[in-house]
Design a protein around this ligand. Structure first.
Ligand code: PHE
Length: 459
Protein backbone atom coordinates (compact mmCIF):
# COMPACT_ATOMS: atom_id res chain seq x y z
CA UNK A 1 0.00 0.00 0.00
CA UNK A 2 1.39 3.41 -0.88
CA UNK A 3 1.02 6.47 1.26
CA UNK A 4 0.12 9.98 0.11
CA UNK A 5 2.02 13.13 1.04
CA UNK A 6 -0.45 13.71 3.84
CA UNK A 7 0.37 10.27 5.24
CA UNK A 8 -3.05 8.94 4.29
CA UNK A 9 -3.17 5.50 2.67
CA UNK A 10 -4.18 5.81 -0.94
CA UNK A 11 -4.87 2.20 -1.84
CA UNK A 12 -8.47 3.16 -2.47
CA UNK A 13 -7.50 5.93 -4.88
CA UNK A 14 -9.66 5.71 -7.98
CA UNK A 15 -8.23 3.82 -10.94
CA UNK A 16 -9.36 3.38 -14.48
CA UNK A 17 -11.29 0.14 -14.54
CA UNK A 18 -10.10 -1.41 -17.78
CA UNK A 19 -7.21 -1.10 -20.20
CA UNK A 20 -9.61 0.14 -22.86
CA UNK A 21 -10.80 2.76 -20.40
CA UNK A 22 -7.21 3.92 -19.87
CA UNK A 23 -6.67 4.28 -23.58
CA UNK A 24 -9.98 6.04 -24.08
CA UNK A 25 -9.43 8.55 -21.30
CA UNK A 26 -5.84 9.32 -22.26
CA UNK A 27 -6.86 9.65 -25.87
CA UNK A 28 -9.83 11.68 -24.71
CA UNK A 29 -7.43 14.13 -23.12
CA UNK A 30 -5.20 14.35 -26.18
CA UNK A 31 -7.88 14.58 -28.84
CA UNK A 32 -9.89 17.76 -28.73
CA UNK A 33 -10.00 21.24 -30.13
CA UNK A 34 -6.26 20.91 -30.56
CA UNK A 35 -6.85 18.61 -33.52
CA UNK A 36 -9.91 20.15 -35.05
CA UNK A 37 -9.34 23.84 -34.36
CA UNK A 38 -5.71 24.50 -33.42
CA UNK A 39 -3.80 22.10 -35.64
CA UNK A 40 -5.39 23.35 -38.88
CA UNK A 41 -5.15 27.01 -37.97
CA UNK A 42 -1.49 26.83 -36.94
CA UNK A 43 -0.55 24.68 -39.93
CA UNK A 44 -2.35 27.21 -42.12
CA UNK A 45 -0.61 30.20 -40.55
CA UNK A 46 2.86 28.67 -40.61
CA UNK A 47 3.22 27.47 -44.16
CA UNK A 48 1.61 24.02 -44.32
CA UNK A 49 3.52 20.79 -44.99
CA UNK A 50 6.95 21.90 -43.71
CA UNK A 51 5.36 22.93 -40.42
CA UNK A 52 3.57 19.58 -40.29
CA UNK A 53 6.89 17.75 -40.67
CA UNK A 54 8.53 19.69 -37.85
CA UNK A 55 5.46 19.03 -35.74
CA UNK A 56 5.75 15.28 -36.32
CA UNK A 57 9.46 15.26 -35.43
CA UNK A 58 8.64 17.14 -32.21
CA UNK A 59 5.90 14.65 -31.44
CA UNK A 60 8.33 11.72 -31.83
CA UNK A 61 11.38 13.13 -30.05
CA UNK A 62 9.69 15.30 -27.45
CA UNK A 63 5.96 14.68 -27.11
CA UNK A 64 5.90 10.89 -26.79
CA UNK A 65 8.97 10.64 -24.50
CA UNK A 66 7.60 13.31 -22.16
CA UNK A 67 4.19 11.69 -22.18
CA UNK A 68 5.69 8.33 -21.18
CA UNK A 69 7.69 10.09 -18.44
CA UNK A 70 4.67 11.86 -17.00
CA UNK A 71 2.46 8.78 -16.99
CA UNK A 72 5.26 6.82 -15.31
CA UNK A 73 5.87 9.40 -12.59
CA UNK A 74 2.17 9.74 -11.91
CA UNK A 75 1.62 5.99 -11.63
CA UNK A 76 4.65 5.62 -9.42
CA UNK A 77 3.54 8.27 -6.92
CA UNK A 78 -0.23 7.92 -7.35
CA UNK A 79 -0.72 11.58 -6.53
CA UNK A 80 -1.56 14.95 -8.01
CA UNK A 81 1.11 16.67 -10.08
CA UNK A 82 2.74 18.61 -7.23
CA UNK A 83 2.78 15.79 -4.68
CA UNK A 84 4.11 13.39 -7.31
CA UNK A 85 7.20 15.51 -7.80
CA UNK A 86 7.58 16.01 -4.05
CA UNK A 87 7.44 12.29 -3.41
CA UNK A 88 9.83 11.23 -6.13
CA UNK A 89 12.41 14.01 -5.93
CA UNK A 90 15.34 14.01 -3.51
CA UNK A 91 14.58 15.96 -0.33
CA UNK A 92 14.80 19.77 -0.52
CA UNK A 93 14.96 19.94 -4.32
CA UNK A 94 12.17 22.12 -5.71
CA UNK A 95 10.98 19.81 -8.53
CA UNK A 96 7.43 20.29 -7.30
CA UNK A 97 7.56 23.64 -9.09
CA UNK A 98 6.91 21.70 -12.31
CA UNK A 99 3.60 20.66 -10.82
CA UNK A 100 2.86 24.19 -9.67
CA UNK A 101 3.60 25.62 -13.11
CA UNK A 102 1.32 22.93 -14.50
CA UNK A 103 -1.57 24.06 -12.32
CA UNK A 104 -1.06 27.60 -13.58
CA UNK A 105 -0.95 26.31 -17.16
CA UNK A 106 -4.17 24.37 -16.62
CA UNK A 107 -5.96 27.60 -15.63
CA UNK A 108 -4.53 29.62 -18.50
CA UNK A 109 -5.28 26.94 -21.10
CA UNK A 110 -8.80 26.48 -19.80
CA UNK A 111 -9.28 30.25 -19.98
CA UNK A 112 -9.08 30.31 -23.78
CA UNK A 113 -9.94 26.68 -24.48
CA UNK A 114 -13.33 27.05 -22.81
CA UNK A 115 -13.99 30.04 -25.06
CA UNK A 116 -13.24 28.06 -28.22
CA UNK A 117 -15.51 25.32 -26.86
CA UNK A 118 -18.05 28.09 -26.36
CA UNK A 119 -17.80 29.04 -30.04
CA UNK A 120 -18.35 25.39 -30.97
CA UNK A 121 -21.37 25.32 -28.69
CA UNK A 122 -22.76 28.47 -30.30
CA UNK A 123 -22.16 26.92 -33.71
CA UNK A 124 -24.34 23.95 -32.80
CA UNK A 125 -27.21 26.40 -32.39
CA UNK A 126 -26.28 28.38 -35.48
CA UNK A 127 -26.19 25.13 -37.44
CA UNK A 128 -29.64 24.16 -36.16
CA UNK A 129 -30.97 27.53 -37.29
CA UNK A 130 -29.28 27.05 -40.66
CA UNK A 131 -27.82 30.56 -40.48
CA UNK A 132 -24.23 29.68 -41.38
CA UNK A 133 -24.71 27.17 -44.16
CA UNK A 134 -22.98 29.02 -46.97
CA UNK A 135 -20.02 28.73 -49.32
CA UNK A 136 -19.74 32.51 -49.46
CA UNK A 137 -16.78 33.77 -47.37
CA UNK A 138 -18.51 37.07 -46.62
CA UNK A 139 -21.47 35.24 -45.04
CA UNK A 140 -19.41 32.81 -42.94
CA UNK A 141 -16.98 35.53 -41.85
CA UNK A 142 -19.82 37.80 -40.76
CA UNK A 143 -21.41 34.98 -38.76
CA UNK A 144 -18.17 34.35 -36.87
CA UNK A 145 -17.46 38.01 -36.26
CA UNK A 146 -20.99 38.58 -34.96
CA UNK A 147 -20.47 35.86 -32.42
CA UNK A 148 -17.08 36.88 -31.06
CA UNK A 149 -17.96 40.57 -31.05
CA UNK A 150 -20.89 39.90 -28.71
CA UNK A 151 -19.62 40.08 -25.12
CA UNK A 152 -22.80 38.71 -23.54
CA UNK A 153 -22.95 35.62 -25.70
CA UNK A 154 -19.20 35.03 -25.46
CA UNK A 155 -19.49 34.88 -21.68
CA UNK A 156 -22.76 32.99 -21.60
CA UNK A 157 -21.61 30.12 -23.81
CA UNK A 158 -18.33 29.93 -21.92
CA UNK A 159 -20.12 29.60 -18.59
CA UNK A 160 -22.44 26.95 -19.99
CA UNK A 161 -19.40 25.05 -21.18
CA UNK A 162 -17.74 25.35 -17.76
CA UNK A 163 -20.93 24.20 -16.03
CA UNK A 164 -21.10 21.10 -18.23
CA UNK A 165 -17.43 20.24 -17.68
CA UNK A 166 -17.72 20.92 -13.95
CA UNK A 167 -20.68 18.60 -13.66
CA UNK A 168 -18.87 15.73 -15.37
CA UNK A 169 -15.78 16.26 -13.20
CA UNK A 170 -18.00 16.23 -10.13
CA UNK A 171 -19.28 12.78 -11.09
CA UNK A 172 -15.77 11.37 -10.54
CA UNK A 173 -12.96 9.63 -12.35
CA UNK A 174 -14.35 6.31 -13.50
CA UNK A 175 -17.93 7.16 -14.25
CA UNK A 176 -17.27 10.61 -15.61
CA UNK A 177 -14.23 10.33 -17.79
CA UNK A 178 -14.37 6.81 -19.14
CA UNK A 179 -18.05 6.71 -19.87
CA UNK A 180 -18.24 9.85 -21.95
CA UNK A 181 -15.13 9.40 -24.06
CA UNK A 182 -15.32 5.72 -24.94
CA UNK A 183 -18.53 5.81 -26.89
CA UNK A 184 -18.32 8.93 -28.99
CA UNK A 185 -14.84 8.94 -30.50
CA UNK A 186 -15.63 6.54 -33.33
CA UNK A 187 -18.60 8.61 -34.42
CA UNK A 188 -16.52 11.77 -34.60
CA UNK A 189 -13.90 9.93 -36.62
CA UNK A 190 -16.53 8.72 -39.06
CA UNK A 191 -17.84 12.24 -39.52
CA UNK A 192 -14.37 13.68 -40.08
CA UNK A 193 -13.75 11.10 -42.77
CA UNK A 194 -17.03 12.02 -44.40
CA UNK A 195 -16.18 15.73 -44.41
CA UNK A 196 -12.71 14.88 -45.69
CA UNK A 197 -14.12 12.95 -48.64
CA UNK A 198 -16.40 15.84 -49.56
CA UNK A 199 -13.57 18.32 -49.20
CA UNK A 200 -11.09 16.49 -51.44
CA UNK A 201 -13.70 16.03 -54.13
CA UNK A 202 -14.36 19.78 -54.36
CA UNK A 203 -13.12 21.48 -57.51
CA UNK A 204 -9.69 22.97 -56.78
CA UNK A 205 -9.08 20.68 -53.82
CA UNK A 206 -5.64 19.62 -55.07
CA UNK A 207 -4.10 22.91 -54.04
CA UNK A 208 -5.16 22.30 -50.45
CA UNK A 209 -3.68 18.82 -50.42
CA UNK A 210 -0.33 20.04 -51.73
CA UNK A 211 -0.38 22.85 -49.15
CA UNK A 212 -0.75 20.20 -46.45
CA UNK A 213 1.58 17.53 -47.84
CA UNK A 214 4.21 19.13 -50.12
CA UNK A 215 6.77 20.79 -47.89
CA UNK A 216 8.18 24.17 -48.82
CA UNK A 217 11.00 24.64 -46.33
CA UNK A 218 11.54 28.27 -47.23
CA UNK A 219 8.39 28.98 -45.23
CA UNK A 220 9.88 27.76 -41.96
CA UNK A 221 10.97 30.36 -39.41
CA UNK A 222 12.45 30.06 -35.91
CA UNK A 223 9.10 31.20 -34.58
CA UNK A 224 7.46 28.46 -36.65
CA UNK A 225 9.67 25.82 -35.03
CA UNK A 226 8.67 27.02 -31.60
CA UNK A 227 4.99 27.00 -32.53
CA UNK A 228 5.26 23.46 -33.94
CA UNK A 229 6.94 22.28 -30.76
CA UNK A 230 4.37 24.07 -28.64
CA UNK A 231 1.64 22.33 -30.61
CA UNK A 232 3.27 18.94 -29.96
CA UNK A 233 3.10 19.63 -26.21
CA UNK A 234 -0.42 20.99 -26.35
CA UNK A 235 -1.68 18.18 -28.54
CA UNK A 236 -0.46 15.37 -26.30
CA UNK A 237 -1.50 17.23 -23.13
CA UNK A 238 2.04 17.12 -21.79
CA UNK A 239 4.39 19.47 -19.95
CA UNK A 240 1.91 20.53 -17.29
CA UNK A 241 0.87 17.61 -15.13
CA UNK A 242 -2.23 16.37 -16.93
CA UNK A 243 -0.53 13.12 -17.83
CA UNK A 244 1.02 12.89 -14.35
CA UNK A 245 -2.47 13.15 -12.94
CA UNK A 246 -3.87 10.60 -15.41
CA UNK A 247 -0.89 8.31 -14.82
CA UNK A 248 -1.84 8.30 -11.16
CA UNK A 249 -5.07 6.54 -12.16
CA UNK A 250 -3.28 3.98 -14.37
CA UNK A 251 -3.26 0.32 -13.44
CA UNK A 252 0.00 -1.39 -12.51
CA UNK A 253 -0.19 -3.78 -15.44
CA UNK A 254 -0.63 -1.07 -18.08
CA UNK A 255 2.07 -0.99 -20.75
CA UNK A 256 2.88 2.73 -20.61
CA UNK A 257 5.20 3.10 -23.65
CA UNK A 258 2.76 1.21 -25.85
CA UNK A 259 -0.23 3.18 -24.60
CA UNK A 260 1.50 6.54 -25.11
CA UNK A 261 2.62 5.63 -28.61
CA UNK A 262 -0.84 4.45 -29.59
CA UNK A 263 -2.40 7.61 -28.21
CA UNK A 264 0.08 9.84 -30.06
CA UNK A 265 -0.42 8.19 -33.42
CA UNK A 266 -4.19 8.06 -33.13
CA UNK A 267 -4.09 11.71 -32.16
CA UNK A 268 -1.98 12.53 -35.20
CA UNK A 269 -4.43 10.65 -37.40
CA UNK A 270 -7.30 12.79 -36.13
CA UNK A 271 -5.32 15.98 -36.78
CA UNK A 272 -4.49 14.88 -40.30
CA UNK A 273 -8.13 14.06 -40.95
CA UNK A 274 -9.07 17.53 -39.77
CA UNK A 275 -6.43 19.00 -42.06
CA UNK A 276 -7.75 17.00 -45.01
CA UNK A 277 -11.26 18.17 -44.21
CA UNK A 278 -10.26 21.82 -44.02
CA UNK A 279 -7.43 22.73 -46.43
CA UNK A 280 -8.97 21.62 -49.72
CA UNK A 281 -12.03 23.67 -48.75
CA UNK A 282 -9.84 26.68 -47.92
CA UNK A 283 -8.56 26.79 -51.48
CA UNK A 284 -11.75 25.67 -53.18
CA UNK A 285 -13.82 28.47 -51.65
CA UNK A 286 -11.20 31.22 -51.60
CA UNK A 287 -10.39 31.46 -47.89
CA UNK A 288 -6.95 32.40 -46.58
CA UNK A 289 -5.04 29.48 -45.01
CA UNK A 290 -3.63 31.95 -42.46
CA UNK A 291 -7.04 33.15 -41.25
CA UNK A 292 -6.02 32.32 -37.66
CA UNK A 293 -8.32 31.00 -34.93
CA UNK A 294 -11.43 31.52 -37.07
CA UNK A 295 -10.30 29.07 -39.78
CA UNK A 296 -12.38 26.08 -38.65
CA UNK A 297 -15.48 28.19 -38.19
CA UNK A 298 -15.28 29.66 -41.66
CA UNK A 299 -14.36 26.67 -43.77
CA UNK A 300 -16.31 23.80 -42.23
CA UNK A 301 -19.74 25.40 -42.80
CA UNK A 302 -18.77 25.87 -46.45
CA UNK A 303 -17.95 22.19 -46.86
CA UNK A 304 -21.25 21.20 -45.32
CA UNK A 305 -23.08 23.71 -47.48
CA UNK A 306 -21.84 21.82 -50.53
CA UNK A 307 -23.00 18.44 -49.29
CA UNK A 308 -26.40 16.74 -49.48
CA UNK A 309 -28.18 16.98 -46.09
CA UNK A 310 -25.19 19.06 -45.03
CA UNK A 311 -27.16 20.98 -42.43
CA UNK A 312 -27.93 17.81 -40.49
CA UNK A 313 -24.33 16.62 -40.67
CA UNK A 314 -23.11 20.02 -39.57
CA UNK A 315 -25.22 19.93 -36.42
CA UNK A 316 -23.83 16.49 -35.60
CA UNK A 317 -20.29 17.63 -36.42
CA UNK A 318 -20.34 20.52 -33.97
CA UNK A 319 -22.01 18.43 -31.28
CA UNK A 320 -19.29 15.79 -31.56
CA UNK A 321 -16.53 18.39 -31.67
CA UNK A 322 -17.95 19.86 -28.49
CA UNK A 323 -17.98 16.43 -26.87
CA UNK A 324 -14.38 15.82 -27.96
CA UNK A 325 -13.42 19.09 -26.32
CA UNK A 326 -14.97 17.92 -23.07
CA UNK A 327 -12.54 14.99 -22.70
CA UNK A 328 -9.65 17.43 -23.00
CA UNK A 329 -11.21 19.98 -20.66
CA UNK A 330 -11.93 17.34 -18.03
CA UNK A 331 -8.27 16.36 -18.06
CA UNK A 332 -7.20 19.99 -17.72
CA UNK A 333 -9.51 20.73 -14.83
CA UNK A 334 -8.60 17.46 -13.13
CA UNK A 335 -5.10 18.87 -12.44
CA UNK A 336 -6.20 21.59 -9.97
CA UNK A 337 -9.15 19.55 -8.71
CA UNK A 338 -6.93 16.60 -7.72
CA UNK A 339 -4.59 19.04 -6.01
CA UNK A 340 -7.31 20.81 -4.03
CA UNK A 341 -8.78 17.47 -2.97
CA UNK A 342 -5.54 15.91 -1.81
CA UNK A 343 -3.54 18.85 -0.57
CA UNK A 344 -6.25 20.99 0.91
CA UNK A 345 -8.66 18.18 1.73
CA UNK A 346 -11.57 19.78 -0.07
CA UNK A 347 -14.47 17.56 -1.07
CA UNK A 348 -14.67 16.83 -4.80
CA UNK A 349 -17.73 19.08 -5.33
CA UNK A 350 -16.07 21.98 -3.51
CA UNK A 351 -12.77 21.51 -5.34
CA UNK A 352 -14.65 21.48 -8.63
CA UNK A 353 -16.66 24.60 -7.87
CA UNK A 354 -13.63 26.63 -6.75
CA UNK A 355 -11.68 25.57 -9.81
CA UNK A 356 -14.50 26.41 -12.20
CA UNK A 357 -15.03 29.82 -10.61
CA UNK A 358 -11.32 30.54 -10.95
CA UNK A 359 -11.39 29.54 -14.61
CA UNK A 360 -14.50 31.63 -15.27
CA UNK A 361 -12.71 34.64 -13.79
CA UNK A 362 -9.52 34.32 -15.87
CA UNK A 363 -11.52 32.98 -18.78
CA UNK A 364 -13.66 36.08 -19.07
CA UNK A 365 -10.52 37.98 -20.09
CA UNK A 366 -10.13 35.58 -23.00
CA UNK A 367 -13.85 35.52 -23.76
CA UNK A 368 -14.02 39.30 -24.07
CA UNK A 369 -10.84 39.58 -26.17
CA UNK A 370 -12.75 40.28 -29.36
CA UNK A 371 -15.40 42.53 -27.85
CA UNK A 372 -15.20 44.61 -24.65
CA UNK A 373 -11.45 44.05 -24.30
CA UNK A 374 -10.61 44.23 -28.00
CA UNK A 375 -8.38 47.26 -27.44
CA UNK A 376 -6.39 45.73 -24.59
CA UNK A 377 -3.06 44.24 -25.58
CA UNK A 378 -0.33 42.76 -23.41
CA UNK A 379 3.03 42.17 -25.14
CA UNK A 380 1.19 43.02 -28.34
CA UNK A 381 -1.37 40.24 -27.88
CA UNK A 382 -5.00 40.04 -26.76
CA UNK A 383 -5.58 38.06 -23.56
CA UNK A 384 -6.85 35.15 -25.66
CA UNK A 385 -3.66 35.04 -27.73
CA UNK A 386 -1.47 35.72 -24.74
CA UNK A 387 -2.81 32.78 -22.71
CA UNK A 388 -2.47 30.56 -25.77
CA UNK A 389 1.07 31.73 -26.53
CA UNK A 390 2.42 31.66 -22.98
CA UNK A 391 1.14 28.15 -22.28
CA UNK A 392 2.06 26.35 -25.51
CA UNK A 393 5.30 28.16 -26.22
CA UNK A 394 6.66 28.71 -22.73
CA UNK A 395 5.05 26.88 -19.82
CA UNK A 396 4.55 23.49 -21.49
CA UNK A 397 8.01 23.33 -23.11
CA UNK A 398 9.65 24.33 -19.82
CA UNK A 399 7.58 21.76 -17.95
CA UNK A 400 8.49 19.08 -20.49
CA UNK A 401 12.16 20.04 -20.40
CA UNK A 402 12.36 19.63 -16.64
CA UNK A 403 10.35 16.42 -16.64
CA UNK A 404 12.73 14.88 -19.18
CA UNK A 405 15.73 16.02 -17.13
CA UNK A 406 14.17 14.84 -13.90
CA UNK A 407 13.28 11.35 -15.01
CA UNK A 408 16.56 10.62 -16.80
CA UNK A 409 19.15 12.51 -14.77
CA UNK A 410 17.65 12.51 -11.28
CA UNK A 411 15.32 9.55 -11.06
CA UNK A 412 17.69 7.52 -13.18
CA UNK A 413 17.87 4.52 -15.44
CA UNK A 414 17.31 1.84 -12.81
CA UNK A 415 14.03 3.18 -11.52
CA UNK A 416 12.87 4.05 -15.01
CA UNK A 417 13.54 0.49 -16.21
CA UNK A 418 11.72 -1.03 -13.28
CA UNK A 419 8.72 1.25 -13.80
CA UNK A 420 8.45 0.95 -17.57
CA UNK A 421 8.86 -2.81 -17.63
CA UNK A 422 6.27 -3.13 -14.86
CA UNK A 423 9.00 -4.61 -12.65
CA UNK A 424 10.32 -6.93 -15.30
CA UNK A 425 6.96 -8.26 -16.44
CA UNK A 426 7.21 -6.62 -19.87
CA UNK A 427 9.99 -7.61 -22.27
CA UNK A 428 10.71 -4.07 -23.52
CA UNK A 429 14.36 -3.55 -22.61
CA UNK A 430 15.32 -2.10 -25.97
CA UNK A 431 12.44 0.35 -26.01
CA UNK A 432 13.45 1.55 -22.56
CA UNK A 433 17.11 1.98 -23.55
CA UNK A 434 16.25 4.05 -26.61
CA UNK A 435 13.77 6.10 -24.65
CA UNK A 436 16.28 6.72 -21.88
CA UNK A 437 18.82 7.99 -24.39
CA UNK A 438 16.27 10.33 -25.94
CA UNK A 439 15.18 11.69 -22.54
CA UNK A 440 18.74 12.08 -21.35
CA UNK A 441 20.02 14.08 -24.30
CA UNK A 442 17.81 14.57 -27.33
CA UNK A 443 14.67 15.96 -25.69
CA UNK A 444 16.43 18.45 -23.38
CA UNK A 445 18.79 19.71 -26.11
CA UNK A 446 16.05 20.03 -28.69
CA UNK A 447 13.60 21.80 -26.39
CA UNK A 448 16.30 24.20 -25.21
CA UNK A 449 17.44 25.12 -28.71
CA UNK A 450 13.94 25.58 -30.13
CA UNK A 451 12.89 27.58 -27.09
CA UNK A 452 15.90 29.92 -27.08
CA UNK A 453 15.77 30.33 -30.83
CA UNK A 454 12.01 30.84 -31.04
CA UNK A 455 12.04 33.41 -28.26
CA UNK A 456 14.94 35.15 -30.02
CA UNK A 457 17.24 34.72 -27.04
CA UNK A 458 19.85 33.17 -29.36
CA UNK A 459 19.74 33.43 -33.13
N1 PHE B 1 -4.62 18.00 -25.94
C1 PHE B 1 -5.79 18.80 -25.84
C2 PHE B 1 -6.28 19.13 -27.25
O1 PHE B 1 -5.56 18.98 -28.18
C3 PHE B 1 -5.60 20.05 -25.07
C4 PHE B 1 -4.93 19.85 -23.76
C5 PHE B 1 -3.73 20.47 -23.49
C6 PHE B 1 -5.51 19.02 -22.79
C7 PHE B 1 -3.08 20.28 -22.28
C8 PHE B 1 -4.87 18.83 -21.57
C9 PHE B 1 -3.66 19.46 -21.34
O2 PHE B 1 -7.36 19.56 -27.44
Amino acid sequence: MSVSSSGKPVSNRAKFATNLGVLAATLGSAVGLGNIWKFPYLTGSNGGAAFLLVYIVCMLLIGIPVMISELTLGREARSNAIATMQKLAPAKQPWWLIGAAGVLAAFLIMAFYSEVAAWVFAYILKAVQGAILSTDPTVTKAAFNDLVANPGLSLLWQWIDLAIVGFIIYLGVNKGIEGVTKKLMPVLLFLLILVGIRSITLPGAGQGLSFLFQPDFSKLTAAGFLIAMGLAFFKLSVGMGTMITYGSYFRDDQDIPATATRVAFSDLAVSLLAGIAIFPAVFAFGYEPNAGPSLLFLTIPSVFASMPVGSVFMVIFFILTFIASIGAQISLVEVPVALLEEKFHLSRPKATIFTMLGIALVGSLAALSNSSLAGVHVFGMSFFDLFDYVTSNLLLPLGGLFIAIFISWIWGYKKLTAALSNNGRLANQLVIKVLYGILLVVTPVLVTIVLLNGLKIIQ
